[in-house]
Design a binder for this molecule. Structure first.
Ligand SMILES: C[S@@+](CC[C@H](N)C(=O)[O-])C[C@H]1O[C@@H](n2cnc3c(N)ncnc32)[C@H](O)[C@@H]1O
Length: 249
């Protein structure tokens, strides 16, 4: 073989070797970057987990406080309801401390819970949105409920925004979806379809969504479970409480 030919082959080998070295360096750099990203993702994941579990722990702590005062020796529809308004207001306060937005109750009836939620709204400079048609013939309404609601909530008129309409009405849905929310209490029409729609209507809530009557209404239970899946939320059900909770998104 000619010397020139040998030199040229040697050059090709050297070039290939350089190319391989370069590719190796590139791969090493990529590997380092990937490892770095993975470490960052792990740290983020751990932080998210501890952030989330801290909130769940706090929420259970709030609920726990009222459990000893609840009773199991009453009819199913009343079980877990003795401290309900106070408990719901405590959860709402926790949400108001942690997240921006207003409070909402769908299905307000005589305003028993609305007043407690309005207290929280006032304390944290938020609005309390009260949605209910108070219409004769709809669930729980036999006449005069709206007037009683107005009387019962009179002291908080300055923080309550009354939305006197059906929560399933598209205009009402649009109005609610437009509001920033830190806490929602779903206690309107107790059919599967209505409850599921109400949950979806307040799904953008930054904090917790409480849903009433998950102890005794199969329709509400079904809507609650499907609502959790549809809104991508975990849920917290404690059998001695009348309501259950959809946790942070
Ligand atoms: C169980 S009561 C609510 C009790 C109330 N959350 C409390 O804690 O005292 C149910 C309420 O849902 C209301 N309601 C019925 N259908 C509704 C609908 N389509 N949209 C909004 N509220 C509805 C009724 O008028 C009634 O006042």
């Amino acid at each position: 073989m000619e010397l020139e030919q040998i030199q040229s082959q040697e050059q090709v080998r050297q070039d290939e070797s350089e190319q391989i070295k370069y590719q190796l360096t590139q791969t090493e750099t990529l590997l380092e970057q990937t490892q770095h990203q993975l470490r960052e993702m792990q740290v983020h994941h751990d932080k998210t987990l501890s952030y989330y579990s801290a909130h769940v722990k706090n929420l259970i702590g709030i609920l726990w406080e009222t459990i000893p005062q609840e009773r199991m020796d009453v009819i199913l529809a009343l079980q877990g309801s003795i401290q309900q308004s106070a408990r719901i207001a405590s959860v709402a306060e926790y949400c108001a401390k942690g997240w921006a937005g207003d409070l909402i109750e769908i299905g307000c009836f005589l305003g028993g819970t609305t007043v407690k939620l309005a207290e929280v709204a006032k304390k944290y400079n938020r609005r309390m949105i009260a949605v209910d048609p108070w219409q004769l013939g709809t669930q729980n309404c036999h006449g005069g409920e709206y007037e009683t609601f107005l009387k019962n909530t009179e002291a908080y008129r300055d923080v309550i925004d009354i939305v006197r309409s059906d929560s399933l009405d598209p205009q009402t849905i649009a109005k609610i979806k437009n509001k920033q929310l830190c806490f929602a209490f779903v206690d309107g029409l107790h059919t599967y379809e209505a409850c599921l729609q109400d949950i979806q209507t307040v799904a953008h809530c930054f904090g917790v969504i409480a849903v009433d009557d998950t102890t005794w209404s199969p329709d509400v239970v079904r809507a609650f479970r499907e609502g959790a899946a549809l809104t991508n939320r975990n849920y917290l059900c404690i059998p001695v409480l009348r309501e259950s909770y959809l946790l942070w998104a």
